[in-house]
Design a protein around this ligand. Structure first.
Ligand code: PLP
Length: 413
């Protein structure tokens, strides 16, 4: 049996939910649809998104301002439709979870509350390969408080690409005020040991927050049980909610309802008395107290559709298929001259495999060739890292075969 027919057989036995998604077409080549591996950058559109977004937009046409309280999904409590599914996805209580703003904005709002430096404890620990937005966010927070040298960047050991948990823990001195790491690193695909690092950080007296951009919808999370202080994540990657779509935020129960400083607006006050229009806010004892503005309904709509899909299928089921797909891709790549820099241990990674490519092509040039000659969509991080994420909702074993076969041909040149 050829490798290709083997992949097709695996797809027949383990099909996923591809039929629920719009898969972009290819313009040339043997196959009608692209083999899409960039769901860790921008997830594909669920078919239901267009239908349900139009329903929400049409409520506006039909009802005008009355749409706040009437129609299929009234706008006033609309954000609450997202809370339950988002909370279940990250293993949090509904009161600990809110969908609002975008990721970096949420990180800033949360750091306003959770980065409270003092002259003796002011350092912020992040990974050296943090997504640049996180680096800029923590540096600007530190400068805002007058601690320009606060940020400590965690580097892997010489010759290694990923961080070791013990090396992270070793950096937890009594000067560390905040640990803010990516749950899954955007570059290497490494899944950090969130419970162990959280517990160690807190034992050292620090607050521990997580950027879950590459973890939410990718791996199961138990933020509440792990005692994570706060977290934020975007919804345009594995959560398939569309470009620049709204983000999630989580605050552990023990921090709710207290007198921690927060930035407020009219959506930080409790819903029951919001329209009494008083000058004093009454924040609820929930993550909704971190909301500032009234929610953008037409941006929330795709998030709601997508979260409902995750709720129906279940992140546990998706993770099982993800482990099978990623292992299959990894096995096919053993025949290709690239170095996989993502951990080989499946418990230390999500869907993504990051490949260091040798040879004459840059990652950008290679990804262009894969796209235009083979219809394989991969994500390039210059100069030499190609990221491939088989997404368990819609990627196939045949996609994995196409990616490995295309890479083998181009790399052989
Ligand atoms: C790990 C990580 N953090 C932060 C961001 C920035 O997100 P946003 O532009 O939505 O604030 C991204 C975007 O890809 C990311 O991958």
């Amino acid at each position: 049996m050829s490798r290709e027919s083997e992949a097709l057989q695996l797809d027949a036995a383990d099909p996923g939910h591809r039929e629920l998604f719009d898969i972009p077409p290819v313009f040339e080549g043997r196959y009608p649809e692209v083999a899409y591996f960039a769901g860790n950058s921008l997830g594909l559109r669920p078919k239901a998104t267009r239908v349900e977004l139009l329903e929400d937009v049409d409520s506006w046409a039909a009802l005008g301002v009355e749409g706040h309280l009437e129609g299929q999904r009234p706008w006033l409590p609309y954000h609450e439709l997202l809370t339950g599914p988002a909370a279940r996805l990250v293993g949090a209580l509904p009161t600990e979870t809110v969908v609002m703003n975008s990721l970096t904005v949420n990180l800033h709002l949360l750091m306003v509350s959770f980065y409270r430096p003092t002259p003796s404890r002011y350092r912020i620990l992040i990974e050296d390969s943090a997504f640049p937005s996180d680096s800029y966010a923590v540096q600007s927070q530190a400068r805002f408080h007058g601690y320009a040298d606060a940020v400590v960047r965690l580097k892997p050991r010489p010759g290694e690409d990923c961080l070791r948990t013990a090396d992270v823990v070793a950096q937890l001195t009594d000067e560390v005020a905040l640990v803010l790491l990516g749950g899954v690193n955007y570059l290497t695909g490494e899944l950090m040991d969130i419970p162990v690092i959280t517990a160690a950080g807190q034992a050292a007296g620090a607050i521990v927050g997580w950027d879950l951009a590459h973890a939410a919808g990718n791996v199961p999370l138990s933020l509440h049980d792990w005692g994570v202080d706060f977290a934020a994540w975007c919804s345009y990657k594995y959560l398939n909610s569309g470009p620049g779509s709204l983000a999630g935020a989580y605050v552990h129960e023990r921090h709710l309802g207290g007198d921690r400083p927060r930035f407020e607006g009219w959506w930080s006050t409790e819903a029951a008395t919001r329209f009494e229009m008083t000058p004093e806010s009454r924040p609820p004892a929930s993550a909704e107290a971190w909301q500032v503005s009234n929610p953008p309904i037409f941006s929330m709509s795709p998030v709601r559709t997508s979260l409902e899909l995750f709720d129906r299928v279940g992140i546990g089921v998706l993770r099982e298929r993800s482990l099978r797909l990623t292992a299959y891709l990894e096995q096919l790549l053993t025949d290709v001259p690239v170095q996989v820099i993502t951990p080989t241990d499946p418990t230390r990674r999500g869907a993504q495999l990051s490949l260091r490519i040798g040879g004459a092509l840059t990652a950008g040039e290679l990804s262009k060739r894969l796209r235009f000659e083979y219809g394989v969509i991969a994500d390039a991080r210059e100069p030499d890292v190609l990221r491939l994420a088989p997404v368990p909702l819609y990627s196939t074993y045949h996609d994995c075969w196409r990616a490995a076969a295309a890479l083998a041909e181009v790399m052989a040149e």
